[in-house]
Design a protein around this ligand. Sequence first.
Ligand SMILES: Cc1cc2nc3c(=O)[nH]c(=O)nc-3n(C[C@H](O)[C@H](O)[C@H](O)COP(=O)(O)O)c2cc1C
Length: 292
Amino acid sequence: MKTLNPSDLGARAFYKYLNSAVAPRPIAFASTVDAAGNVNLSPFSFFNVMGIDPLILVFAPNRRGRDNTHKHTALNLMEVPEVVINMVSYDMVQQMSLSSAEFEKEVNEFEKAGFTMQPSELVKPPRVQESPAQFECRVLEIKEIGTMVLVIAEVLRGHFSESILDENGQIDQTKTDWVARLGGDWYARAHGPALFEVPRPQYGIGVNALPESVRNSKVLTGNDLGQLGSLTAFPTEEEIQIFGETEAMLTLREEARLGCQYLPDVLHAHAQHLLERGQVREALLTLLLGEG
Ligand SMILES: Cc1cc2nc3c(=O)[nH]c(=O)nc-3n(C[C@H](O)[C@H](O)[C@H](O)COP(=O)(O)O)c2cc1C
């Protein structure tokens, strides 16, 4: 492991590690207006949802490293504390990037980047019509620490494109195509094979409840152990015995014997196949047959 101290390296150099490691980050495409009504649109990946009641989004249009001045977004929010946070999908990414260029304060990045201004219903800044999810927000607080300018905003209204909804009106995660920011010029796309589901356990027996030979298996991975540890109950002796007498297990044992294979290795490999198919309980039962 490479160990680094921000105090030795300096914050700027350390930040390169932070930015690449705390990733991918979602992107707030923030539309704001100044007191004169000039519109601004800029992306910010120091962004996330932070609260449910009230519904809170936070993002950070930080001071410019170059001259420590405030970004136009921050200046606008200090004049008009309202913002629309538009989510960025893959088909918007190049235009979104263009909007991040350093345009003069009065320049409207909707026009520069070729996006369509759609009037909001509750706040002054317009929405990005092309964005599949748009949140009209009021700013509750702007918190400054050093060069950080943290905007804490409450969501007042959300707009969602039909194209990302399922038949129940909920967002279908397989229909969204959000992009996120990593370090340097890297982006990630949350779409297609990049998506996977992990059921959230209510309770788990824990990896430490598994026999030592399973925990130290040469075959099983950390993900395999995590799935096994998420089971809610340890199998009983009776269950293990009945499972051991099933046709599949008898065949497996016989194959190992005929092939002169080490039984625990065969059982671990078979358990891994079961885990890939989501048969977690059967996988643990298989592994326990190699015990004792
Ligand atoms: C994907 C992306 C994410 C960005 N995230 C941030 C951020 O979180 N904070 C920040 O200060 N600047 C961020 N920037 C840079 C700003 O978008 C850029 O400084 C922009 O010119 C600010 O515009 P403004 O001065 O009109 O507010 C990001 C740029 C891109 C392309």
